[in-house]
Every structure is written in structure tokens, then in C-alpha cells.
Design a protein around this ligand. Structure first.
Ligand code: G3H
Ligand code: 13P
Ligand code: ZN
Length: 324
């Protein structure tokens, strides 16, 4: 069942966070749906502009629609990750996406408001939810690289003003995390003080945490032991901090890099251990199982495990009340 982010976040707010996972191919899609069902958890499946270019947006839509019939119990949001204005409109008009992110966070405040406001109008007319971003995370996202030192944390007072002016449904905040496998540069960690201030100014309003992969050292070591050359200084978010962040209003936690690490580890180890093999289905099967287990482990850390039937019932109730 495809739901909007607004519907799902109403149920999750203050209790648990929903994992948002980027997909680019069939193996990730199967692994994600399986892991979510295994852990009885709702989720956000998110598609970046890069993924739409890589796989073709029609291929991704067809794959997700197929997954919906293969895994009929799944409850999920179909979301555009880090969209620009034109891609947001394409997704809104497609009738397939139930949520889009307009990322104009690199623009000055007024321009960010102006662009976001336009996207909100178009999206809400079609019942699509909108995530916007204020503040700047470090690291690389799509074609924009934010150098260390240029990243800036979200200003809590501006966050309130931004939400009031734009009418967005959720807000991605910069609270110390960054995209990719090299976060924090030795400094810890999520800025809970900033998060708390944002929540005080926007009580009940869903917040989003990007750059939330945990980058397990064990994955880095296994990848390097199997021929990889990842910098051992790789570092991620402490996954025991997901739930405390959720209690402070973070309802969506974005995880992409960790899935790439699982993929890389599985494929490097597989071909190291089966040097005579050249059938991609061997490592593909292992990856789908490992990725499903990884997703299930995230559901536990996010607090979303075993919430599926309650979430489905609550959203059906919301829809009934809205129709009445
Ligand atoms: O924030 C970026 C996400 O990790 C998606 O990455 O643009 O390489 O698909 P991508
Ligand atoms: P990670 O790079 O930490 O997985 O973050 C992904 C993300 O924020 C996608 O929007
Ligand atoms: Zn992101």
C-alpha cells in the first residue's frame, strides 16, 4: 500500500522513525521489501535524480509497482530524494510518487522559500507530500559537493519561519550529519541541542535526518580484506542515536551509504571466494538476503519494528475520516 509521508509521519511522530532507503536496482528493491516485511515495518523507498538517470525512471516505477504486488503487505512511501524543481514537477505529475523532496537548501533563504512554496502548491493540489531542506549538510549529494566548513547547521528560528512561509510537510535539518562514508571527522555526533531547539519551535512537526548511515567499521574492514581500498577513517552515525532523535521529532532517517557498503562487501567477498565464478546471480542472491537482514536490523534501531499492522490500520482510519 503506497501512502503519503504526511499520513505515515502522523502515526510515527515522537514514537519511532521511518527508515528511508535509496534504490537503484532490482536486488535492492527485493531486499528492501523483504527486510521490511521480515521486521513488519513501514518504510520510505527513495529515488534520487542519479538513480532515475542510471536505471531510467520508467524502469524504477515498473519495478516498485511489481514489488507492490509481490509484497502486498508492505506499507511504504514513494519519495523523490533531493529533487530540483523540474524533477519535483515530473514526479508530482507522474501520479506515482506520494512524496517529493525539494532541495533548494543551497539557495539564499528567500529563494529557498520561494521555490519550496511553488512546489508545495503543485504537490498539495495532487495530494503529494513535500519535504524541504534548510541548512547545509557536508559531503556529496547529487551534483553538489559541500566542502567541510561550508556546511551550516539549521537555525531553529529560521526553521519555524521557513515552515510557516512554505507550508511544507516535513523539514530536513542539518544537525551535524553528512552524506557518504566519512562523517564527523573524529568529532561526535548528532547535535541534539540544535534538534531540541528546532522541536521546541516546531512541536509536532516532522523532521528529517539525512546522512544517517552508520558506516560499520566491520563492513569497512571486510571490504578492505577482500581487496577494497576504503579509508579506514570512515565513520557514521551511532545507530543507538536513531531512537533518541525520533523522540525529538525526527520521523524519517535517510540511509543509502550503508546499503552500498553491504553490496560492495558481498560482491568482493563472493568473487574472492569463488574466483572461477562469473554468474551474477550467486552474489545477487546473497546480497538480497544480506540487505533484507540489514533493513530488518535498522527497523529495530529506528523503533519501527512490528508497527506495520498498527500503521496500516491508522492510515486507513485517517483516510476514512477525511472522506467522511
Ligand atoms: O544524498 C544522496 C543519496 O545518497 C543518493 O545518492 O545521488 O548518488 O543516487 P545518488
Ligand atoms: P547516507 O550517505 O548517510 O546514507 O545518507 C543518505 C541520504 O541522506 C540520502 O538522501
Ligand atoms: Zn540526503
Amino acid at each position: 500500500m503506497i501512502v503519503t509521508a504526511a499520513e505515515l509521519f502522523k502515526v510515527a511522530y515522537g514514537r519511532f522513525a521511518v527508515g528511508a532507503y535509496n534504490i537503484n536496482n532490482m536486488e535492492q528493491t527485493h531486499g528492501l521489501f523483504r527486510g521490511a516485511i521480515q521486521s513488519q515495518s513501514p518504510f520510505v523507498i527513495q529515488i534520487s535524480r542519479g538513480a532515475r538517470k542510471y536505471a531510467d525512471k520508467r524502469m524504477l516505477e515498473a519495478m516498485i509497482r511489481a514489488a507492490e504486488t509481490i509484497y502486498p503487505d508492505a506499507v511504504f512511501v514513494v519519495h523523490l530524494d533531493h529533487g530540483d524543481e523540474a524533477t519535483c514537477y515530473d514526479c508530482i505529475d507522474s501520479g506515482f510518487y506520494s512524496s517529493v523532496m525539494i532541495d533548494a537548501s543551497h539557495e539564499p533563504f528567500e529563494k529557498n522559500v520561494e521555490i519550496t512554496r511553488r512546489v508545495v502548491e503543485r504537490a498539495h493540489a495532487k495530494g503529494v507530500s513535500v519535504e524541504a531542506e534548510l541548512g547545509m549538510l557536508g559531503g556529496v549529494e547529487e551534483d553538489i559537493k559541500v566542502e567541510d566548513g561550508h556546511a551550516c547547521l539549521t537555525d531553529p528560528d529560521q526553521a519555524k519561519e521557513f515552515v510557516q512561509l512554505t507550508g511544507c510537510d516535513s523539514l530536513a535539518c542539518a544537525i551535524g550529519t553528512s552524506h557518504g562514508a566519512y562523517k564527523f571527522k573524529g568529532r561526535q555526533s548528532i547535535h541534539f541541542d540544535v534538534l531540541e531547539k528546532i522541536q521546541q519551535r516546531l512541536p509536532g512537526f516532522p523532521l528529517v535526518m539525512h546522512g544517517s548511515s552508520s558506516v560499520p567499521q566491520s563492513e569497512i574492514m571486510r571490504i578492505n580484506a577482500a581487496g577494497g581500498k576504503l579509508d579506514p577513517s570512515a565513520c557514521g552515525v551511532n545507530d543507538d542515536e536513531y531512537l533518541p532523535a525520533a523522540k525529538l521529532g525526527v520521523t524519517k532517517i535517510n540511509i543509502d551509504t550503508d546499503g552500498r557498503l553491504v553490496w560492495t562487501r558481498v560482491h568482493r567477498e563472493y568473487f574472492r571466494d569463488h574466483p572461477e565464478d562469473f554468474d551474477f546471480r550467486g552474489p545477487g542472491r546473497v546480497f538480497m538476503t544480506e540487505y533484507a537482514n540489514f533493513i530488518a536490523s535498522r527497523s529495530e534501531k529506528l523503533g519501527s519494528k512490528n508497527t506495520l499492522s498498527e500503521v496500516r490500520a491508522a492510515i486507513l482510519e485517517q483516510r476514512k475520516n477525511k472522506a467522511a
